[in-house]
Write a protein that binds this ligand. Structure first.
Ligand code: ZN
Ligand code: ZN
Length: 125
């Protein structure tokens, strides 16, 4: 591979903007690659800035998806209420209320499913 300007000189890399081969004396070294001219240097700079901005936006989106949806919180609240309704008579009177236990377990499972599905849709974004 030869430099696009100096056909007798071996190229050291490609311009990150126009993909022309450049030799050592033509190449402008940048943070994330090479440029063949000042114009291309500006292009690569803009490209890098856009990349950084995109990464930041992606980062915010990531953080958002980690917060469980209101549906998950609702089911978790319902299940914790049912657990209290089941455990309170058991601790105080030694009475087992199977209906409350069944509902508490059911709501916990639903909360788990809701959390799992919200996590999956979050990843798809
Ligand atoms: Zn270039
Ligand atoms: Zn050159």
């Amino acid at each position: 591979m030869q430099c696009f300007k100096h056909t007798d000189v071996a190229a050291v890399g490609l311009c990150k903007s126009c993909y022309k081969a450049v030799c050592k004396s033509c190449a402008i070294e940048l943070e994330h690659g090479l440029a063949c001219s000042e114009e291309c240097e500006i292009d690569v700079d803009e490209y890098n800035q856009m990349n950084e901005r995109a990464k930041k936006i992606y980062g915010i989106g990531n953080r958002k998806s980690k917060i469980p949806s209101t549906g998950v919180i609702l089911w978790l609240l319902l299940s914790s209420v049912m657990w209290v309704l089941f455990l309170a008579p058991f601790i105080m009177k030694g009475k087992l209320v199977y209906a409350n236990l069944a509902l508490a377990a059911l709501f916990t499972v639903i909360a788990g499913i809701a959390y799992y599905s919200s996590k999956r849709t979050g990843l798809q974004c």
